[in-house]
Design a protein around this ligand. Structure first.
Ligand code: PLP
Length: 388
């Protein structure tokens, strides 16, 4: 007889997964053979560059790489990350104390609160956001304090609210942002660092999209700000930069005490990253930077194709400055984002993500990704025109 399994309170507390209905409808539509244009997934369609795959192939043949890896990863990987950060952001990091490899950045983002948040501690979480910030806070028993991201504030949180929230322990920030595509100016980051220093708030900066930017406007790392290492840990990843989402390789860097705390949690949860993947990651980081600029050019062309196409049919959306997301106000003929997403799927065979799934302040918006070829984006515009 099966026993009665009662889920833990923390699991019960997770917000409802609002993408369930859309996911189900998408699967059914695909199974029914409908020609679906999927603008829902935040996963590059571009393949991982060949030289990285070849590096993995070679490393996977070597039995020395088949054992448990060191928790803190290969020293060569940490050195390669330090050199890449120095080259891209001009930020100096100590490979031994200020860098820690992760099984994808999501893993570190999710584990961090276990290291620094006590039950009932307040955690400042942007809304809308990558949903992991909220669930990770709940898993650690923390209290989510929402920071609304509004178009009128360029989708930046209100720093006055950050300053006035008494007892906040941790704050997540993510620029370039998923889902809004906003970027944070350096002045904003500098103000935030000085507030965090004054109020004792740990800053967790999620920089997963730093290399997907447009019009040559490079996003900054928070660690470029003087004093940031006093308060900040930053999460980065090979997933989007090198189209390696399935490989699971990222890292945390910044404040050494935070890195060490996260390492302690991880030492009790996982046993490091397959060494052959680490070696392929070193190849990626040391590779020709033109691989990244070529990728950027592809996304920029797609961005222009979709934004100009939608503009030509009367749906005017500010072009994203970074990331591969288009965050659009839903057209007036819909009551809410879920209804819009359902209609686009049912009537146009296009998957889009309803904004409300990223938080209540995402209501009224819909997210489209640039992870399909240009020709499909052109087709999507033609299909959308028939509905609007
Ligand atoms: N951060 C943001 C904002 C994301 O959108 C994602 C993935 O979609 C991640 C982090 C996780 O990336 P990964 O775990 O593949 O490094």
């Amino acid at each position: 007889m099966p026993i009665n399994i009662d889920y833990s309170e923390r699991l019960k507390q997770l917000p409802p997964y609002l993408f369930v209905e859309i996911d189900k409808a998408k699967r059914e539509a695909k199974a029914a053979g409908r020609d679906i244009i999927d603008l829902g997934v935040g996963d590059p369609d571009l393949p991982t560059p060949k030289f990285i795959v070849e590096a993995l192939n070679k490393a996977a043949q070597d039995g020395a790489n088949h054992h448990y890896a060191f928790d803190s990863g290969l020293k060569e990987l940490r050195v390669a990350i330090a050199e890449w950060y120095q080259g891209r952001f001009g930020v100096r990091l100590d490979p031994d104390t200020e860098i820690y490899p992760l099984i994808g950045s999501k893993e570190g983002i999710a584990h961090l609160p276990l290291a620094v948040v006590n039950p009932k501690d307040k955690v400042l979480v942007p809304d809308p956001c990558y949903p992991v910030y909220r669930s990770a806070t709940i898993f650690a028993g923390g209290k989510v304090v929402s920071l609304p991201l509004k178009a009128k504030n360029e989708f930046l949180p209100d720093l006055e609210k950050v300053e006035k929230t008494e007892g906040a322990k941790l704050m997540y920030l993510n620029y370039p942002n998923n889902p809004t595509s906003a970027v944070a100016p350096k002045e904003f980051l500098a103000k935030l660092v000085s507030i965090a220093q004054a109020k004792g708030i740990v800053l967790a900066s999620d920089l997963a999209y730093s290399e997907i930017y447009y019009d040559e406007q490079k996003p900054s790392s928070i660690l470029e700000i003087e004093g940031a290492k006093d308060v900040a840990i930053e999460f980065h990843s090979l997933s989007k930069t090198f189209s390696m989402t399935g490989w699971r390789l990222g890292w945390a860097c910044g404040n050494a005490k935070l890195i060490s705390a996260l390492a302690k949690v991880k030492a009790n949860v996982d046993s490091g990253i397959f060494q052959a993947i680490q070696i392929a990651g070193i190849a990626a980081l040391k590779g020709d930077p033109r691989e990244i600029s070529d990728m950027r050019a592809v996304y920029q062309e797609r961005r222009d194709c979709l934004i100009n196409g939608l503009r030509s049919i009367g749906w005017k959306i500010p072009p994203p400055k970074a990331a591969f997301y288009v965050w659009a106000k839903i057209p007036k003929n819909f009551n809410n984002s879920m209804e819009a997403a359902q209609t686009f799927l049912e009537k146009a065979n296009i998957v889009m993500t309803p904004g409300v799934g990223f938080g209540e302040n995402g209501e009224g918006y819909i997210r489209m990704t640039l992870t399909v070829p240009k020709e499909r984006l052109t087709q999507a515009v033609e299909r959308i025109q028939k509905i609007l």
